[in-house]
Design a protein around this ligand. Structure first.
Ligand code: AMP
Length: 419
């Protein structure tokens, strides 16, 4: 497999799939958080410094095949151009005549940004079907879309001499720009530095963790995390469970959960997880107390009770102080830490303390020598909010992609290059 470090881009046009799916101000369309743009810079700079040129492609939002101003990638040009210290050319259609002309006249050291690839349904390869179409019509539409997706991919590929994928956040999607295009560049497809770093961090946690290894799983639902939890039981010494999914476990064990979030159809699954953990010698830590709210509201009244004694009419919305102390102790004694999912409704200030405290404990463990990997939009937001990003060993850029990789699934965008 070729690596970006060893590849010489001199005189070549590289088409690079980046993740410029950045938040924009609703009125001015200015980039409000440029983390993802900064994440792509090492790869772009390596290509340019070698004497190559870059054709950058990305999606932005979910335009579903309909070009719209609010999803135009032209809005990232000022920030990108400032970071690169050079002009960025723009093709207002990723596969049309302007893209072809601009790409073919691109000189070494130049950067061309293509318009949003999701302005074409072909990028994702999913046809838009009206209600009530027959199965036959559905199949015909899918076949037709597959054909069009192939042509679309070939047009993108025709712009360049080699392909670099540096968009980890979409690596679990088999789209034209993330996966299919790689086949057009045998021996000349490679990961960018960002994806390489993501893979290195995840492989460290999966294949050579120092012990004790602690996984912290939070978020709303057990059902979203079952696969990861099961895989983690094979690897970890400690499993910490927090967030909304707590209450499915507490109810399954006969606790009183009031109006707390609960997946009634997953009570068995919760008990099975606990049994499996016991059989494998994994210590499971569930919250012991909780901060409750009398409504799902930022201004709700709050009370602190034992986690299995939630009063009627109340719901558990954050872990309580005893739990923070318990979890922090386990985290600080760990040598490898994986965190996905908030401990409470951290979007509401009154219920954000538990999540912040866990982020803080992970940062302290890291300072004491642990390796920590944090992924998932909410956990990453909590880390950033507490200004702890540089105190975590690796903050992943892809929540869904990270979970799928850790579950053991093959990510199409990774497989397309690794084989
Ligand atoms: P997920 O996408 O599954 O990681 O879930 C994240 C969401 O879970 C966040 O929006 C949190 O507000 C929510 N959440 C965390 N704890 C709770 C809780 N105790 N009750 C309800 N929602 C929660």
């Amino acid at each position: 497999m070729v690596t970006i470090e060893n590849f010489n881009f001199k005189g070549l046009r590289a088409i690079v799939r980046v993740d410029f799916n950045v938040p924009l101000d609703k009125k001015t369309f200015e980039v409000t958080d440029d983390t993802r743009i900064r994440g792509a810079l090492p790869t772009i700079n390596k290509i340019l410094n070698d004497g190559g040129s870059c054709i950058l492609m990305s999606h932005l939002g979910r335009p579903d095949g309909v070009p719209q101003e609010k999803y135009s990638l032209k809005h990232v040009i000022p920030v990108l151009s400032k970071h690169l210290g050079r002009e960025v050319k723009f093709a207002d259609d990723c596969v049309g005549e302007s893209a072809r002309q601009l790409a073919s006249s691109l000189k070494p050291g130049e950067v061309l940004l293509l318009e949003n690839v999701r302005f074409y349904l072909e990028e994702e390869g999913k046809p838009k079907l009206p209600e009530g179409v027959s199965d036959e019509e559905k199949k015909a539409a899918k076949d037709e879309m597959k054909k069009r997706q192939k042509e679309f991919t070939a047009k993108l590929a025709s712009l360049a001499d080699c392909y670099v994928n540096d968009a980890f956040g979409t690596a679990h999607r088999a789209h034209a720009s993330t996966t299919l295009i790689a086949a057009h560049f045998p021996g000349k497809s490679m990961f960018g530095y960002l994806i390489e770093a993501e893979l290195k961090a995840m492989d460290k946690v999966l294949h050579s963790p120092d012990h004790p290894f602690t996984a912290i799983m939070g978020g709303a639902k057990v059902s979203d995390k079952i696969m990861v939890i099961e895989r983690m039981l094979e690897k970890v010494d400690n499993l910490i469970i927090g967030g909304g999914m707590t209450y499915t476990f507490i109810k399954a064990q006969g606790g009183k959960i009031g109006k707390s979030l609960c997946e009634e159809d997953k009570l068995d699954v919760a008990l099975q997880i606990l049994e499996k953990a016991k059989a494998k010698g994994v210590k499971v830590y569930l919250p012991v107390d909780a901060v409750n709210g009398d409504a799902f509201d930022a201004n709700a009244n709050t009370s602190v009770t034992k986690v299995n004694e939630t009063p009627d009419g109340w719901m558990g919305l954050d872990i309580g102080p005893e739990t923070v102390a318990l979890f922090s102790g386990v985290i600080k004694n760990s040598k490898t830490i994986l965190w996905n999912g908030p401990m409470g409704v951290f979007e509401f200030e009154k219920f954000a303390r538990g999540t912040s405290a866990i982020a803080q404990a992970i940062a302290e463990a890291t300072a004491a020598g642990a390796f920590s990997l944090v992924g998932g939009g909410d956990s990453v937001a909590a880390v950033n909010k507490n200004k702890l990003a540089d105190k975590i060993s690796y903050v992943s850029t892809g929540g869904g992609a990270m979970l799928e990789y850790i579950e053991g699934k093959e990510l199409p965008g990774i497989k397309a290059i690794r084989g």
